[in-house]
Design a protein around this ligand. Structure first.
Ligand SMILES: C[S@@+](CC[C@H](N)C(=O)[O-])C[C@H]1O[C@@H](n2cnc3c(N)ncnc32)[C@H](O)[C@@H]1O
Length: 221
């Protein structure tokens, strides 16, 4: 079970600061992951107009990047923070993105029916959720058969000295204060093999894991 103590304090001010620093990472973090998601949709042969659900969508930056590359996708964002969703809505309006459904809800109890979604994505937040394993169970529940889950998060199994090398460019990108906040979440990072095992036990197929500072796991229901 993972639990970060920072979850429940997303004030308007904190969310604005979060957006300011993460918007600097659009080309480094959000756009490449959006591209990886669209490539996976092609690779797994998901046909028609897929529903793409972002769990812990925050201010919606990943969803906006997906929309730019794949305008036909039907996008849904779920997050437990009203302030995050408010900013996501404002940003969607500023960018004329109207076909975006934003829902308040818990990753551990996704407010959607069974077998409803073709693609579930999750970026940088599984380790933040109160119950990561229950979240994966919920992802499996809402996915349609043949649907895919694509998760990217900090790697709790990556050698710490190597992680420190990535920390230096991060300071240059987002500043020392936010980079320190990033490192404070380190005790909560999950090990990819743990997530792999939960997915395997549930029946996910064709699971692949990339063992980098940010690991990516992809699996098919
Ligand atoms: C570090 S932010 C990441 C946001 C976004 N995925 C991104 O990469 O910009 C973590 C997000 O998870 C949300 N969150 C935390 N616990 C949650 C839970 N149990 N269920 C749903 N969302 C949760 C927070 O409100 C926050 O928006």
């Amino acid at each position: 079970m993972s639990q970060s103590n920072e979850n429940n304090i997303w004030t308007r001010e904190r969310v604005e600061k979060y957006v300011q620093s993460t918007e600097k990472l659009i080309n480094f973090r959000y756009n490449p992951f959006a591209r990886q998601i669209i490539n996976s949709i092609d690779k797994f042969g998901i046909e028609g107009i897929p529903k793409i659900l972002d769990i812990g969508c925050g201010p919606g930056l990943l969803l906006f990047e997906i929309k730019k590359i794949f305008p036909e996708g039907k996008l849904i964002g779920v997050d437990s923070s009203e302030q995050m969703l408010k900013i996501a809505k404002e940003k969607a309006e500023q960018n004329n993105i109207d076909e975006l459904e934003l829902m308040k809800g818990l990753a551990e109890d996704i407010p959607l029916p069974n077998d409803d979604i073709e693609v579930v994505v999750c970026l940088n937040c599984l380790h933040d959720f109160k119950d990561a394993q229950q979240t994966i169970e919920q992802v499996y529940r809402v996915l349609r058969s043949g649907g895919i889950f694509i998760l990217k998060d900090k790697n709790g199994d990556y050698p710490r000295w190597k992680m420190r090398l990535h920390f230096i460019p991060l300071i240059l990108r987002i500043g020392l204060k936010r980079a320190r906040a990033y490192l404070r979440s380190e005790p909560f990072w999950l090990e990819p093999h743990e997530v792999y095992n939960w997915m395997d036990q549930l029946g996910f197929q064709e699971i692949s894991v990339s063992n980098k500072p940010d690991y990516v796991i992809i699996g098919k229901k």
